[in-house]
Design a binder for this molecule. Structure first.
Ligand code: CAA
Length: 305
């Protein structure tokens, strides 16, 4: 069943695993044209070949028709690095899915409003950074953040948090910042529903509901490994078979999220709350120091092909 969402065209910023997944469900489920932008042409090529594989798999399993797959693929239009953000001029919403770094997001949200229409929604797929802080980055220099004009763009910023792998995971977490207008929130909700997702809403606290609960769990598993309480496999098997988790926490910290992202989220939680329960384990810090990020670059607690 298709759900009305009212978006003529959207932009997705970032063609990594999250951005690509968001482009995929937007084109296939919400049936909306997607302008996909990344500053790396290689990343775009990788993303598009993954999308082709996912569509072909769904066709071969009889989940969608070949015509559905072809139409979905045709809805994805690449905006290459040479065109930049100005290629997103004619969209009704941009979903930002770049790295989990406030500095990068701040730079995007301070320049994007000049490139897109005055009514377009600016959604962030951040998994832990404050939406209020991201929205504040849109206030033009020289304008008061408390003035009507200063708030105009900030009111169109919202958190739209998808989960990895996006085509499979059924949830979107919706996060209003202090500035988010009610119609921005409701439009973003309608869009997530049209993508076939169930929506939960969280206040703008570090990590929102999802990662404020998940990250201490993963971190505690890494600390158990660090202290030698159990082996990697026994920790993961305990949670998989004892609690029916589809993946153990060490496997999840590698495959599902990426250790670098895990650490970035844990730091945001720790800095944002000052609560020692969120302090990242030394072993996690060291894995990231070593440049071992999990499945995304082939090495971590597990070895990946
Ligand atoms: N992209 C797209 N589809 C994928 C996929 C991927 N990366 N990986 C697996 N799938 C699909 C498979 O193709 C398969 O689809 P079909 O039903 O059409 O065959 C389906 O998922 C099941 O795959 P498998 O049978 O191979 O494997 P599985 O039973 O182990 O399921 C899984 C894979 C769904 C990923 C499962 O292991 C799982 O649920 N893992 C936990 C994922 C999770 O917790 N993600 C949340 C991470 S947190 C996050 O994203 C947010 C954050 O802020 C950090």
């Amino acid at each position: 069943m298709s759900v009305a969402h009212g978006f003529r065209r959207i932009g997705v910023l970032g063609a990594g695993q999250m951005g690509l997944g968001i482009a995929f469900v937007s084109a296939l489920r919400a049936k909306v044209p997607v302008l996909l932008h990344d500053r790396s042409a290689t990343q775009i090529d990788k993303g598009l070949s993954l999308m082709d594989k996912l569509l072909a798999k769904d066709v071969s399993k009889g989940k969608i028709s070949q015509a559905d797959a072809t139409e979905a693929r045709e809805r994805v239009i690449v905006i290459g690095p040479e065109v930049g953000l100005k290629g997103l001029r004619d969209v009704d919403m941009v979903v930002e899915a770049v790295s989990e770094s406030f500095a990068i997001k701040q730079s995007i949200f301070s320049t994007l409003p000049q490139e897109i229409g005055p009514n377009a929604i600016l959604a962030s797929n951040t998994s832990s950074i404050s939406i209020t802080k991201i929205a504040a980055a849109t206030v033009p220099q020289g304008l008061s953040a408390a003035s009507e004009e200063g708030m105009r763009t900030a009111a169109r910023v919202v958190g739209l948090h998808f989960f990895n792998p996006v085509p499979v995971m059924k949830l979107v977490e919706l996060i209003p910042g202090l500035q988010t207008a009610p119609n921005t929130l409701e439009s973003a909700r309608a869009f997530a529903l049209a993508c076939g997702k169930t929506v939960t809403e969280s206040k703008d606290v570090p990590g929102f509901v999802s990662n404020a609960l998940l990250m201490p769990f993963i971190n505690e598993a890494v600390m158990h490994l660090e202290k030698g309480i159990a082996t990697r496999d026994d920790i993961d098997t305990t949670l998989k078979l004892g609690m029916a988790h589809p993946m153990g926490p060490l496997q999840l910290g590698k495959f599902g999220i990426g250790l670098d992202t895990c650490l970035a989220i844990q730091r945001t939680l720790y800095e944002g709350t000052g609560d020692s329960k969120y302090r990242p384990s030394v072993l996690l810090e060291r894995m990231v120091d070593a440049g071992w990020y999990g499945k995304k670059n082939g090495k971590g607690f597990y070895e990946y092909e």
